[in-house]
Design a protein around this ligand. Structure first.
Ligand code: SF4
Length: 324
């Protein structure tokens, strides 16, 4: 069994004084060893919340998993103690955030920050010299010259900072790497370089990856599988071929395709479809996408669509129900 991560029927809520936010609603997906899945959707679709649930880094006071299970190599992560989870997180899975400066300490040299993360998980008891060699190796791996390890984060450009963050995330040889919009804060040309680096590292290191993005272009370059999220649900799921070459699609996915910016002429990012994502404290009945869907029919306003399968390609939309 080469399943690395299995998400089963996962729901996540945030409780505020005023309301309950249904951020993720009964989602299912799995990742095999060495596989990359893209979680795609607009801001507020539940992508980051899903990642934080896997890492068990949801905000403690407000966020909680209300339903479902998360298996990592067959072990239910939700049954682990805080301490066991802390160890798992550091040694077997790590996360890269959108803005490199949220992960980097501005007053510590980049070499020291990589070394620290190596020391925390120094299970094979490397000595100082060996740790130093590993710092150099990691910097080289992400395309930074080791002689720069004595420099501070502000001495690096945005793209180089993100490379440092990637080196830190890789320090423990994670089996699962979660990248949350890792290139969104970067210039377009630098984005392409960082993505190419991530694709290369994935090949080299055999790491499985969750790539969170609003951009289907990123998915095409880095992913094996795709899950399209809308209002906390997975509305379409399949291989990259299913999504890019398949005949059937969820209307929301088609909207996302319509919004891929043309990098050559640098068009501003387009909104996929008219209208906004629904208020997660007050989700509409039926299909959550119905207020924005041009194909909406009566049943869509009343009944939540079931998943329909074309092989392993899943689409949750009434258009594909036989009786409609
Ligand atoms: Fe549109 Fe209906 Fe399909 Fe929802 S179920 S995406 S409203 S056609």
């Amino acid at each position: 069994d080469d399943k690395l991560l299995e998400i089963k029927n996962l729901s996540v809520i945030y409780k505020t004084d005023e309301a309950i936010v249904h951020a993720v609603n009964r989602i299912n997906f799995e990742i095999g060893t060495k596989e990359t899945i893209g979680l795609v959707g607009e801001t507020g679709a539940g992508k980051t919340t899903t990642a934080l649930a896997v890492m068990q880094l949801l905000p403690e006071r407000t966020g909680s998993i209300s339903e479902g299970e998360i298996f990592f190599k067959g072990e239910n992560l939700l049954k682990k103690s805080k301490n066991e989870m802390r160890l798992t997180r550091g040694a077997r899975m790590s996360m890269i955030f959108q803005d490199p400066m949220t992960s980097l300490n501005p007053i510590v040299t980049v070499g020291e920050q990589i070394r620290e993360s190596l020391e925390i998980h120094n299970h094979d008891k490397k000595n100082k010299k060996e740790l130093e060699a590993r710092v150099d190796e990691l910097l080289t791996l992400v395309g930074i010259q080791p002689r720069r390890k004595g420099e501070f984060p502000h001495q690096f450009s945005g793209g180089m900072k993100q490379r440092v963050v990637i080196a830190i995330a890789l320090a423990c040889n994670p089996e699962l790497l979660i990248a949350d919009e890792p290139t969104t804060a970067l210039d377009v040309t630098i984005q392409a370089q960082v993505l190419a680096l991530m694709a290369e590292l994935k090949e080299k290191l055999n790491t499985s990856m969750i790539m969170i993005t609003h951009d289907l272009g990123v998915v095409a370059e880095t992913c094996d599988k795709v899950a399209i999220m809308y209002a906390g649900e997975i509305v379409e799921k399949g291989t990259v071929q299913d999504i890019f070459e398949g005949k059937q699609h969820h209307p929301y996915t088609l909207g996302l395709f319509g919004s891929i910016p043309d990098l050559e002429i640098e068009t501003p990012r387009l909104s996929p479809i008219d209208g906004l994502m629904p208020d997660p404290t007050n989700l509409p009945d039926g299909c959550k996408f119905h207020p924005r869907c041009k194909s909406c029919r009566k049943i869509c306003t009343q009944k939540q669509p079931e998943p329909h399968f074309f092989g392993a390609h899943m689409i949750a939309c009434h258009l594909y129900a036989k009786e409609v």
